[in-house]
Design a binder for this molecule. Structure first.
Ligand SMILES: C[S@@+](CC[C@H](N)C(=O)[O-])C[C@H]1O[C@@H](n2cnc3c(N)ncnc32)[C@H](O)[C@@H]1O
Length: 159
């Protein structure tokens, strides 16, 4: 299913190693470490995981991470990165090829401790239905974290 991202996917992949992206990922990683409860393993869903930078880092920390994305090419990039990881990290990370708009049918409500959605919502003209579905996924006491580009920078929302 095509969204606003598909046309720019090649450019996104080509720029993953740029300073801007490396710094952005590092900022997200540091925020997550500060925000997530220390105990592992948490059940984490990374919605629109793409190349899986955070999926991989969280799996390395001991969390059970599911990366959902609609792009076969980006999931293949993540698969290649995972192939170079130790077996226990590979076991903790799984990928699902699917559309964010099908969240409700893909996952049971309350089935994750942490739900991430970074750099995805800005591709939807109306992100409200996706937000509603995202909000159903974390179980009691769990959290949902969205990070999206705005006209003036990046905006992070937590719940
Ligand atoms: C800008 S990238 C962000 C990737 C990653 N979350 C990050 O922060 O590095 C946007 C990602 O959202 C995914 N995406 C866009 N629309 C989607 C949809 N409708 N369903 C699933 N994934 C989608 C793209 O394939 C891409 O991997």
């Amino acid at each position: 299913m095509e969204t606003g991202f598909a046309a720019g996917e090649g450019r996104w992949r080509a720029r993953l190693g740029t300073l801007r992206q490396v710094v952005r990922q590092e900022l997200v990683t540091r925020q997550l470490r500060a925000h997530l409860p220390g105990r592992a393993p948490l059940r984490v869903l990374d919605v629109g995981c793409g190349q899986g930078t955070q999926t991989l880092r969280l799996a390395r920390l001991g969390h059970e991470v599911t990366g959902l994305d609609s792009s076969p090419a980006l999931l293949a990039d993540l698969g290649r990165a995972l192939a170079g990881e130790p077996e226990e990290v590979r076991r903790r990370a799984r990928t699902v090829e699917g559309d964010v708009r099908d969240l409700a049918s893909l996952f049971e409500p309350g089935s994750f401790d942490v739900v991430l959605c970074h750099g995805v919502l800005m591709y939807f003209a109306d992100p409200e239905p996706v937000l509603d579905d995202l909000a159903r996924l974390p179980g009691p006491g769990a959290s949902c974290r969205c990070w999206s580009a705005t006209a003036t920078g990046w905006r992070c929302g937590r719940g």
